[in-house]
Design a protein around this ligand. Structure first.
Ligand code: MG
Length: 302
């Protein structure tokens, strides 16, 4: 009996709409709720961004974000989260990853310094749905080289997003990111993901790939596309805290993340364009300087 149930489950999981499937497609109403969650993250990141300057500590930024999120009727989604169900619970609202830290940095009391690169990942739970987005900030003036790293990472995210339409696959997303990052280290140990009521849902969305490989993308799927790109090699290590991921060679790393709803193929009313649920607009407005992905004299491609 149990094996018949398993077979049935597995068969149904491959059908469009898959009610038992690991890949959970969202209704229009759910996507609208997820946009509200994503926009709250964007506004929390703007609050953080307006305070990023030399001398500020990641712990202070974390407190700003937590207060803002709770004041808006939501909960921090990362706080208490356990990777893969095991290990230590993440202790903070934000992941703050400075310079050679790639992702999942735990906010600490170390003041930010002029020229640092600070990646901030933020998640909320609002009306039972997750919002999840990340932005890399410049602390004061950053080098031209670091600015280029930010630009490549930001543009690679948008290259990946362009592939997030019905009929494409997660491999198409990964291949598009990979193509844009030649000469940089593309972190493979971590990747983007489906998102919904849970922070990490299926499918995984890799930042490298072969066109046509991986999970098929269908209208109603909501995914986070989040390249993590290193100035040097692709290898990473994890600190003793069990969370902080760093580049193995100590090179600087950048990370941008948008939450994207996949629409049906081009035959649909929306013309198959991906629907980006998070927005960097409030963040860019909050910054006192041009975004780190704008390189002087070179307009960004995306
Ligand atoms: Mg994410």
């Amino acid at each position: 009996m149990r094996s018949i149930w398993r077979t049935l489950r597995r068969t149904v999981a491959t059908l469009p709409g898959n009610p038992f499937g690991m890949i959970k497609l969202k209704s229009r109403r759910e996507i609208d709720l997820m946009r509200e969650s994503a926009e709250l993250v964007s506004r929390a990141l703007a609050e953080v961004g307006s305070r990023v300057e030399p001398g500020v500590t990641p712990t202070e930024l974390d407190a700003v974000a937590e207060t803002f999120i709770r004041d808006h009727g939501a909960e921090p989604a990362f706080k208490g989260h356990r990777a893969g169900g095991g290990g230590d619970a993440f202790p903070a609202t934000l992941c703050t990853s400075v310079n050679d830290a790639v992702v999942h940095g735990i906010p600490d009391e170390e003041p930010l310094r002029e020229g640092d690169l600070l990646s901030v990942d933020c998640g909320v739970l609002l009306n039972k749905y997750i919002g999840d987005s990340a932005y890399t900030f410049a602390v004061g003036e950053i080098s031209e080289e670091t600015r280029r790293l930010c630009r490549v990472t930001y543009e690679a995210m948008h290259e990946g997003i362009e592939q997030a339409v019905g009929g494409q696959t997660t491999g198409d997303v990964g291949a598009a990111v990979e193509r844009h990052c030649a000469g940089y280290g593309i972190v493979e140990a971590l990747c983007g993901h489906g998102v919904g009521r849970e922070l990490w849902e299926e499918p995984q969305v890799p930042n490298r790939g072969t066109p046509g490989d991986g999970a098929p993308l269908r209208g109603g799927l909501v995914i986070c596309i989040e390249p993590m790109i290193n100035r040097g090699g692709a290898d990473v290590t994890t600190d003793d805290d069990g969370w902080t991921v760093r580049t193995a060679d100590g090179s600087t790393s950048a990370h941008y993340e948008h939450m994207v709803a996949v629409r049906s193929e081009a035959s649909s009313d929306e013309g198959g364009k991906p629907e980006i649920l998070s927005t960097f607009e409030p963040i860019e407005q909050a910054l006192s300087a041009p975004p780190p992905y704008r390189v002087a004299g070179e307009p960004a491609a995306a």
